[in-house]
Design a protein around this ligand. Structure first.
Ligand code: 9MR
Length: 360
């Protein structure tokens, strides 16, 4: 039985670490061999309370994203205080993993505490935003190497010509909020790579997604042409289990257009929603794996792609349970490893898709 260097470093008990370490493949290594970096989003309590899960993350991942700990509602109990407790716990785990962090997220229309919504309407919204970003980005400089500075800025249903979402940030500051945020983040840590992240950019055969790609490109072009510090587009990658994997020429062309702006491409919240998938577990797992494979092959082929992060690592811990429960009451299976921490076909599919980049 082999005990990996990371598990030894983590001081994990052999008996507990064993099942995860028996996994035949290591996604982090498969990604690294292809010039990519693979990681997962985590909540601090999972890796602290569940040594077997922690061992799996240590074994598989070279990048850690706090799933919720860097959001405003986690960091900002009130106007005058920051509470870094949860984020620091994730940072401590990342240190154990000898992995950098990808930061999620500084500006989002959700997870904003009520006091901040109020202050955006009645106080100095620019100062609120800049103070927050400066404090948080400075604190984690050198540990958070890339940030989702702005999450989900595009909402075409809000019917603005520029496609921008009428978020609380937009309502308070207008379209300038993007530039204000990116400049503040860059000033706070000039080395950090700064991304705009969004969902609904993945599928070639879903009309609103195809349109959203065009809106996003216009947004990115505008920011780059004004010299705003911006280094990457992050595709969330929340894939649909009940939809064909339409990741073809349209996606490739979109990624090339993004890359042509000098931007890197990240995948930051990859998972497959199996809420409405039919079939037994084996069939579902195979279909989920095919969806992972098709998407990651398409994205990995683009040389500008640098990181792939799944929104969780094992089905034991996934927010899909709350947001997309199955109507048949059976457990959801959206991630590469199962609830017993065993690799599913999706894990092998990811490793193979990473490897395909070396051949392309
Ligand atoms: O997985 C996250 C869940 O635990 C939180 O309750 C929720 C609200 O903060 O956010 C979920 O993560 C979301 C991410 O931050 C942004 N993209 C969509 C994600 C949900 O799939």
């Amino acid at each position: 039985m082999k005990l990996t260097r990371r598990a030894v470093a983590a001081g994990l008990p052999l008996a507990i670490a064993q099942p995860a370490l028996a996994a035949p493949l290591r996604l982090g290594e498969a990604a690294a061999r292809a010039g990519l970096r693979y990681g997962t989003a985590i909540e601090p309590q999972t890796v602290e309370n569940d040594p077997a899960f922690a061992a799996l993350v240590l074994d598989q991942c070279d990048l850690i994203t706090p799933e919720n700990a860097l959001k405003w509602n986690a960091l900002r109990p009130d106007r005058n205080h920051f509470d870094f407790a949860a984020a620091d716990r994730v940072a401590a785990f990342a240190r154990r993993a000898r992995a950098p962090m990808h930061g999620h997220t500084l500006v989002w229309h959700e997870a904003i505490p009520d006091w901040a919504i109020h202050e955006l309407k009645t106080g100095d919204p620019r100062a609120l935003l800049v103070d927050h970003i400066t404090t948080v980005v400075r604190r984690y400089a050198g540990r958070v190497v890339s940030w989702d500075v702005i999450n989900e800025p595009v909402e075409r249903n809000d019917r603005r010509p520029d496609g921008l979402r009428k978020s609380p940030w937009f309502e308070a500051l207008g379209p300038d909020y993007l530039e204000i945020a990116l400049r503040a983040a860059h000033a706070a840590d000039p080395k950090a790579r700064l991304a705009i992240a969004d969902y609904g950019l993945e599928y070639d055969d879903i009309g609103w997604m195809v349109e959203k790609r065009g809106t996003m490109l216009d947004l990115l072009r505008g920011l780059k042409s004004r010299g705003v510090p911006l280094h990457a587009l992050a595709l969330q990658g929340h894939l649909l289990g009940d939809h064909p994997p339409a990741f073809g020429a349209g996606l490739s062309q979109f990624l090339r257009q993004v890359a042509a702006l000098g931007l890197a491409i990240y995948v930051t919240e990859l998972d497959v929603n199996d809420q409405h998938m039919a079939g037994d577990i084996a069939q579902r797992d195979r279909s989920v794996a095919e969806i992972y494979a098709a998407f990651v092959r398409a994205v990995a082929t683009e040389p500008a792609t640098q990181i792939v992060v799944t929104w969780g690592l094992a089905d034991r811990y996934t927010s899909k349970v709350d947001f997309f429960p199955r109507p048949d009451g059976k457990p959801v299976r959206p991630l590469p490893f199962d609830a017993d921490l065993r690799p599913k076909p999706a894990a092998q599919a990811l490793a193979d898709a990473f490897a395909s980049r070396r051949r392309s």
